[in-house]
Design a binder for this molecule. Structure first.
Ligand SMILES: [Fe+2]
Length: 416
């Protein structure tokens, strides 16, 4: 707040904060002027920023005046009940810079926090706000995952490693905690501090075990549990929404070789679009059926390999040849679809894009399963390697990141 304690303006003593439609605290940002034109009120701040606000939107955001319930901070107005007669009565900027509206016809008086209105003008209300912008990288630009000290992560986390790790994960699509405990439960205990896990047919916490003294593994449900190379891929493209983030915790590693490989989907897709626009077009528009077949399960989804979703969606790559069942397209499109997929897969597997690094016991590598193409080189020596995995959807990770980033900047922000 911009006021000293004890100052009183317009009869409202400061310290008694004007309620907003949520539970966050906003810095006071006095409005300079308001101008009404029909159903819109244009608010202006002294630095020239404007917000064009629609009457019904302001009406439904009137806190404690029929719009937003003061106790729950949720909206009360069912759109079916919107009254055609709803209109601005008087609209004014108060002496301390808030917006005051007397509504017609019910005569309700609403006062709007100028900091809350300002955050809308600043576009901090969008799904993308408070989340780091993705930074695309090649293997020359990022040689190993950005790394944070995880040794105190379950011991009060005095350095705040959890937050900086997650923000790096959103920025680069991959980030590593090093020096974590190597207990069987460590990954679950660390990741549950970010958000709810995403359960799948692998279970909430699952094992990737390679014992390369064995000549092949007979009893396994995945190529991951063998000593073979695993090409660049994303997990579970067989789902309408594949798991957002994947966390791999190394419990034991006595092997050589078997390096983890990671390529940034943003960089690979950008390169494909620039060098081979026709292949980019094929991979963003032609669908494939992905198919998990197993006793008691039948998961399927059809989508393009490069799934751009609606505007603002995170990138989703559907790239896992072991579970790519069928082309779901006109036969005339199949030759270009297969050719485009080959070019994309070679690009993703090239040294230009492939980061390679070994797992050490105590590492937790978190990566965006829909953006990053992950894989593994073949093992070159014997020994056991045991990873434990957890998935968490984008929603959970992004919520955690917003709260973390917002609290770091705004300080007193509390979360609903
Ligand atoms: Fe995988």
């Amino acid at each position: 707040m911009a006021y000293a304690d004890g100052v009183s303006l317009n009869g409202r003593s400061v310290g008694m904060e004007l309620p907003t439609p949520d539970f966050y605290s906003y810095e006071w940002a006095p409005i300079a002027s308001v101008e009404v034109d029909g159903r819109f009120a244009t608010l202006r701040w002294a630095d020239g920023l404007e917000l064009v606000a629609f009457d019904w939107w302001l009406r439904e955001n009137a806190v404690d005046a029929g719009g937003v319930d003061l106790a729950t901070r949720e909206m009360l107005l069912d759109p079916a009940d919107h009254d055609d007669a709803t209109a601005f009565g008087s609209v004014e900027v108060t002496g301390d810079g808030s917006l005051r509206i007397r509504w017609s016809p019910d005569d309700a008086l609403a006062e709007y926090h100028p900091g809350w209105l300002r955050h809308v003008a600043d576009r901090q209300h969008l799904a993308s706000s408070w989340i780091p912008e993705p930074v695309a990288w090649t293997a020359t630009e990022l040689r190993e995952p950005p790394t944070h000290d995880g040794s105190k992560i379950l011991d009060g986390d005095p350095d705040g490693a959890l937050g900086t790790w997650v923000l790096d994960m959103l920025r680069y699509g991959i980030a590593r905690l090093r020096g974590c405990p190597t207990e069987m439960d460590t990954n679950r205990l660390v990741t549950e501090r970010i958000g709810a896990p995403r359960d799948t047919n692998f279970g909430i916490i699952w094992d990737v075990k390679a014992d390369v003294t064995m000549a092949g593994v007979a009893d396994t449900n995945s190529t991951a549990n063998t000593n073979l190379r695993l090409g660049p891929h994303t997990d579970l493209p067989t789902r309408e929404t594949p798991p957002g983030f994947q966390f791999l915790h190394c419990v034991v590693n006595e092997t050589e070789g078997g390096l983890s490989t990671m390529a940034d989907g943003h960089a690979v897709v950008d390169a494909l679009r620039t060098a081979h626009p026709e292949h980019y077009d094929a991979l963003t528009t032609l669908n494939w059926v992905f198919f998990n077949r197993g006793p008691g399960i039948d998961h399927r989804w059809s989508g393009p390999m490069i799934d751009l979703g609606v505007e603002g969606s995170p990138l989703t790559l559907r790239a896992f040849y072991p579970v790519r069942g069928f082309p779901d397209m006109d036969p005339a499109d199949m030759p270009r679809a297969y050719e485009a997929m080959r070019v994309f897969s070679r690009l993703a597997a090239s040294d230009e894009f492939q980061m390679r690094y070994p797992f050490e016991p105590g590492d937790i590598v978190g990566f965006d399963n829909r953006r990053i193409l992950h894989g593994r080189d073949a093992f070159t020596s014997g020994g056991a390697r045991h990873l434990r995995g957890v998935y968490i959807d984008h929603d959970e990770v992004r919520s955690f990141a917003r709260v973390h980033a917002r609290t770091s900047v705004v300080g007193s922000g509390t979360h609903h």
